[in-house]
Structures are given as C-alpha cells and as structure tokens.
Design a protein around this ligand. Structure first.
Ligand code: ACO
Length: 429
C-alpha cells in the first residue's frame, strides 16, 4: 500500500529517514534531523526567490499556472469580473464568503464613510516635489497613516483590525488621487460619498470646476473590473512583503507601505508603466521584429510578458483585452493597442517565448486602457495598488490568525570569511 511519506537516504552517512508528505509538501524543519554529526545544524533547503517553497496555508486565491486558472475564495475570476463589484469582491476576499444584501450595504457604507483623510495629509503631500513619482507619494502617505491611527498597533484586537481595513480600502484612492492632483498642480478634490468606489476615484482624479462630477458609466465599470482583476494573487512579491512585515506585528499601514513599495518594482506592479514606455519606444509595428531580436539576445526583457506562476495565458490579461474594447468605444482607440497585439502575435510564434512559456501577463494590456482613460503613466502602479489593497489586507489578517505563523526569518548559507582578528588601520596594506 502506498504511504504519504518520502524516504531520504543521506549518502554521507548511509542513514535513511522517512518524512511525512502533507498537501504535496514536506516540512523543511523535518530535514533538520538529517545530520552528519550531532552538533551540526541539520539539513536545510536553499531556495532563492522562493521558487518551490510554500510559506503559508492560504484559503484566499487559487492559481493553476499551467491551465491559466485564477479563483478568489473558489469563485472563478471570470465570473467575478462579469458579475461582482470591486467592493463585493473585497468583502469576499476578506470574509471568505459573498455577502448578503444587508452585509454588502453595511460594508459599502463603512468603506464609503472612511474615504476622507486628515487635513495634515494634504500638508505633507504638498511637501513633495511637483514631479515626485505618485507611487513614492502613495507609499509614504500609506506609511504616514499609521501615525494618525496609533490604535492600529493593536493587531490582536478584531475591532481595531476591521477599522484599519475599512480605512485602508477607503483611503487608498484618496491618497492616490491627491498624489496625482499635486503632480499636476490642481487643488485636491474631496471624496463624493454619493458615488461608487471607482466613480468617486474618477471624481477625485478628474473633477475640475463642475459642482458635481458625473463619472462616465462605462469607464466607471471598466475601472471596477480592473480593480477586481488586481485584487489578489496569492503569495506574490508584494503580498509576501505584507505578510513578512506584518509577521513582526507591525501595524497594517506600515506593512501595506512595504507591500506597495514591493509592488513599485518594474518586475512586479511597475511593469505596466514599463510596457507603455516599451510600446512607445517600438513606435510602429515594423520595428517589432528587430525589438524582439534584442530581447532574444538578452539585452532587455519584454515587459508585461512572463510570470513566475502562469506558464500559459494569464486569465487576467484575457479579461483586460475585453475591457479595452469597452473603454475604446468611449475614449477612442489607443493606437498602442495595435502595436501590443502585433507584438503578442509575433512573440507567441517565436521559439524563445514558446519554449520558456512566456505569455502576456496582467500588466501587458492594463496600461493601454489606463492611458486611454487619461491616467498618466506614472499612476499605473498606483492603480494596481488600489486594486490589490483588499488582497493584501486579507492575506495580512489570515497570517495573523494562523497559529502556525511566526515572524518571517529565512536562513542563509554563510559565504563570508572565517573568524579573523581586527587589524588596526595603520597595519592594513
Ligand atoms: N522577456 C524576455 N525573457 C524573459 C522574460 C521576459 N519578459 N521573462 C522571463 N524571461 C526569460 C528569462 O530570461 C529566462 O530565460 P533563460 O532560461 O534563458 O535564462 C526564463 O525566461 C525564465 O525567467 P526567470 O527570470 O527565471 O523567471 P521568473 O519566474 O523568475 O520571473 C518575471 C518572472 C519576473 C515576471 C519575469 O517573467 C519578468 O521579468 N517579466 C517582465 C516583467 C513583468 O512583466 N513583470 C510583471 C509580472 S506580473 C505582476 O507582477 C503583476
């Protein structure tokens, strides 16, 4: 009869060990018993970039990278994108179940009534240079919120946790929009609680002299869908930062600032910004083959392509292409879409991309839509951060409630010098 164990023979000692297998994993600490001598620390695993290490159990997002499947709490992303709203999806991620009508009303009410930020926040946004990258402003102001809500440190207090969750989901768009308004020298537009979550964000971004801003319904809906598509993606770089910082029991504002900082990088959420720069640099479809040759020579990467987990088409990229059509009906077509689609078509025929299973990811098409909606390029990662906020918070709360979790503290393989004695400066050659 088959057993759920792994037998390992240590050829250094000839000893055999039997390790339990659970959920397709062995426990790294079970390897510690494998030693050559009683005073050795035991065997460990070496996994830079966590290519094959599960750091937690999670019931939030499910991804099958080979089949291109993404589900939040079991619900396929396609169904949520078509039938849910961002705030309902946020509820689902955080509570684990879809809300009843009354639960949804109260949830939306709570988020909507936390959108205003303290007036002092405006003062320190004013202190940034006019050309400060809005993601830098976002990261800093999210961190600064912790100083306004000192009770957020009480991470074991459930009521306090939910208050910070409402605040972060509600205030993320306000901070993002204020960062943008500062960069273009426009007065800050205050939240309008009569509007939906994405509608209010458009209001805070683009309201000019009109008494009341009326968002375009199609663009409002498109933005809502884009937020849904970005809402969670299991243990990616920024979520791992959220969990890692949160594991030291830092308050959620500090942990989320770290997550947003991780998202900023061009290999993660900053890729959408890089895609647009890339498409502009390519300029015309005729230049695509020469550009791809340079990618294949290893001069640079094709931004918006490739993914650690997806080894087939990113399901979010498929849905984003559909949203693009709706948006272009209103805004007119962004000419970069033609270059992007041709780039995808040619790349997916090239051996280099096929053998490495490199497909468009969520960032490949999102920027083209954002640009058509008049968001400046440097706001793209900030838009990603707004969408990801409920996912980060759901993962943070799950981590805190997981009895198995401890402060994140990986091992290292020390490669430095052996012990040596201090040499006074006059004796150094
Ligand atoms: N363009 C060209 N080659 C690529 C690309 C790319 N975009 N991505 C991976 N490769 C190649 C690598 O050079 C490597 O080739 P090699 O085996 O000949 O050395 C192979 O594919 C595997 O690449 P890794 O870097 O090992 O893959 P990893 O899983 O570590 O990286 C990542 C994933 C960071 C997303 C990578 O594909 C990348 O840099 N993509 C471009 C940036 C991007 O679009 N990021 C957004 C990701 S989605 C998100 O974060 C929301």
């Amino acid at each position: 009869m088959s057993k759920s164990t792994l037998s390992v023979t240590d050829n250094r000692t000839g000893k055999t060990y039997e390790l339990p297998i659970q959920d397709g994993t062995i426990r790294a600490v079970d390897l510690r018993q494998i030693k050559v001598a009683s005073d050795d620390a035991g065997l460990a695993t070496y996994d830079p970039g966590f290519l094959n290490t599960a750091a937690c159990r999670s019931a939030i997002s499910y991804i099958d990278g080979d089949k291109g499947i993404l589900r939040y709490r079991g619900y396929p992303i396609e169904q949520l994108a078509e039938r849910s709203t961002f705030l309902e999806t946020a509820y689902l991620l955080l509570h684990g179940e879809l809300p009843s009508a009354a639960e949804l009303d109260s949830w939306v009410y709570n988020v909507t009534h936390h959108t205003i930020v303290h007036e002092s926040i405006k003062k320190f946004i004013d202190g940034f240079h006019h050309d400060a990258h809005p993601m830098g402003v976002f990261v800093s102001t999210v961190a600064a919120l912790s100083t306004f809500y000192p009770e957020a440190k009480q991470i074991t207090n459930e009521t306090s946790r939910w208050n910070q969750i409402f605040r972060l989901i509600a205030k993320a768009p306000t901070l993002a929009a204020f960062a943008y308004r500062h960069s273009v020298g426009m007065p800050y537009a205050y939240p309008d609680n009569d509007l939906s979550y994405p509608g209010n964000f458009l209001n805070m971004m683009f309201k000019a002299t009109e008494v009341k801003y009326t968002p375009n319904k199609t663009l409002e809906h498109a933005l809502d869908v884009l937020f849904i598509l970005h809402a969670d993606h299991e243990q990616n770089c920024s979520t791992s930062a959220m969990r890692g910082v949160g594991s030291s029991h830092a308050d959620p504002y500090s942990a989320m600032a770290a997550a947003a900082a991780a998202l900023y990088g061009p290999l993660h959420g900053g890729a959408n910004e890089e895609v647009l720069k890339m498409l502009r640099e390519i300029r015309s479809k005729d230049n695509i083959p020469a550009y791809l040759e340079r990618v294949k020579r290893g001069e640079f990467r094709l931004f918006g392509f490739g993914h650690r987990i997806y080894k087939s088409y990113d399901p979010r990229a498929k849905l984003i292409k559909r949203v693009a059509e709706e948006v272009f009906d209103v805004t007119g077509k962004n000419p970069l879409i033609d270059i992007a689609m041709e780039l995808e078509r040619i790349a997916l025929q090239e051996d280099y991309f096929v053998t490495r299973k490199l497909y468009p990811n969520v960032d490949f098409y999102s920027g083209i839509i954002y640009e058509a909606m008049k968001f400046p390029t440097d706001m793209f990662p900030v838009l990603f951060a707004i969408g990801r906020t409920p996912g980060w918070l759901a993962q943070w709360q799950e981590m805190l409630l997981d009895k198995e979790q401890k402060i994140a503290r990986p091992h290292q393989i020390y490669t430095g010098s052996d012990k040596r004695d201090y040499v006074p400066i006059e004796n150094r050659s």
